[in-house]
Design a protein around this ligand. Sequence first.
Ligand SMILES: [Zn+2]
Length: 143
Amino acid sequence: MATLAVDNRFNEFGTMSFTSVTRVNDFIGYLQQGRIMGSRCKKCGISFFPPRADCCHSLDSDMEWFEVKGTGKLLSFSTLRFGPTGFTQGLPYTIAVLDYGDYKIFGRIESSISEAELHIGMEMKTCPHRLTGGHVDYVFQKT
Ligand SMILES: [Zn+2]
């Protein structure tokens, strides 16, 4: 009997992944190559991050990948001193949202950057990041 190969690359994402099988698993493949990708609807041009396989505006599934490049403006940040189960390693850490204009990215500030170095509106970049155990994610760094 043939076994079906399951593409569960999302098991490799972040500190703890709750999603293993998606239609945007190439996101992890790109991330492992050092590229951070979002998806864009070919019909109406809306960009999504995290990437989506379907557009919520045109209800179309004709999507293309785009690479997150350049910088985004720091829109908001918050330092966590307590974390839910699975997210306690590395506390305290700072979560943030960067505004890239067409889309926003939620993530963590790189751990060496202190809260005192951050101010709303500063330009930051999103960089691939490797975690222990072969996991990958991304962090925000100063430009
Ligand atoms: Zn669309």
